[in-house]
Design a protein around this ligand. Structure first.
Ligand code: G6P
Length: 365
């Protein structure tokens, strides 16, 4: 079927706005009354000693986020690599290691080659894909569809949040299988997850605030993204989205690593986007934010009501997100990162859906 922009100015805007609905589709595909259900033959995470995740681009950053989830809640060690590095490093695959590949298209050449490298070495090959009939899906022992629907904008948006959702469900399943998630705790998280599409809807209502900030960011030549813990991989996604469509140089750093280099770049010309819901690491991130401000840096703080209340007055601009439980924050905070990139690109007049030099799916090495 032909896909149109549904009244939006760009496919990217349409795909960002679709997230409440596609996230519901993803959740409905994996959640039953009795909990998390995977397609046959399922995955027994209790039998695994390690998981190795491989992907490219935005899919890689979904995998990077998943590492935090799997390790924190399922106590399963995870290695995560960009596909082009993974296979040429010729990593040993230790016993009881499963390999997981993430790809929107399911056709990315490097990711497919990494999967083929793992054949006969890993205990099983799993994939998280948007195209169930793709090469990566076909060559996996189990392909888990993300149900994002067709994605046309070159910069991935709804596929990313649907990938994250499937990966969080997998991490929860792993935590259950490995005896680290009592049913009551699991049910509480699943209740939050079921509410997520509604929270996304609320967050979409903050679009105008984000657009105003983007108008100002469009003047910058360099922008830094900071995050800690679950927000660190997302800082990378924010920087990636921004650079690929607005052509503004953007870099991501772990908040705590700022003092080991990038702080040398800070002055009033380099805006710093800080992703920091008020979680257990919030105060540490705020102290990094203060280091930036002490050097004249302008901070855009993306946080929740509690975070805005405690640190918002110091920031240059605040983008306030609805409340969400800590584990789910990377999925929700992807939205302001996407909107910031989108509106900055629109302000700069770039070709948002077809940025120069980039392809939706890279099927050559
Ligand atoms: C290209 C696209 C990105 C995408 C990456 C991986 O670089 O521009 O948006 O994240 O490929 O693609 P895949 O289809 O494997 O997720």
């Amino acid at each position: 079927a032909r896909v149109d922009k549904g009244g939006h100015r760009h496919f990217m805007a349409k795909e960002i706005a679709e997230q409440p609905s596609v996230l519901s589709d993803t959740l409905n595909a994996y959640l039953t009354d009795s909990g998390i259900a995977l397609p046959d033959p399922g995955i027994d995470f209790a039998a695994l000693d390690r998981l190795t995740i491989t992907a490219c681009g935005t899919a890689y950053l979904a995998g990077f986020t998943a590492k935090y989830w799997f390790e924190q809640i399922a106590r399963l060690p995870v290695e995560v690599d960009v596909a082009s590095e993974f296979r040429y490093r010729e990593p040993p695959i230790t016993p009881n290691t499963a390999a997981l590949f993430i790809s929107q298209s399911g056709e990315t050449a490097d990711t497919l080659a990494a999967l083929r490298y793992c054949k006969g070495k890993a205990s099983a090959l799993y994939s998280v894909v948007n195209v169930p009939e793709s090469s990566i899906a076909r060559e996996s022992d189990l392909a888990l569809p993300i149900h994002a629907g067709v994605e046309i904008g070159v910069a991935s948006t709804k596929a990313f949040t649907c990938q994250l959702t499937v990966l969080l469900l997998l991490a929860l399943k792993a935590a259950e299988d490995r005896g680290h998630l009592p049913p009551a705790a699991r049910d509480e998280i699943l209740t939050h997850l079921r509410a997520l599409p509604g929270v996304f809807n609320t967050a979409l209502g903050r679009d105008e605030v984000i657009e105003n900030v983007a108008q100002e960011l469009a003047e910058a030549r360099d922008i830094l993204f900071l995050g800690r813990g679950l927000m660190y991989p997302l800082a990378h996604e924010g920087a990636l989205k921004l650079k690929e469509i607005s052509y503004i140089h953007a870099e991501a750093y772990a908040s705590g690593e700022l003092k080991h280099g990038p702080i040398a770049l800070i002055d009033q010309h380099v805006p710093v986007v800080v992703l920091a819901p008020r979680d257990r690491l919030f105060d540490k991130t705020v102290s990094n934010m203060q280091e930036v401000m002490a050097r004249g840096g302008r901070v855009v703080l993306i946080t929740d009501a509690a975070g805005a209340e405690s640190a918002g007055a110091e920031a240059w601009r605040v983008i306030q997100m609805p409340e969400v439980s800590d584990l789910l924050a990377p999925i929700l905070y992807a939205l302001p990162a996407q909107l910031l990139a989108y509106h900055t690109a629109v302000a700069k007049g770039t070709d948002v859906d077809q940025p120069r030099n980039l392809a939706k799916s890279v099927t050559v090495e």
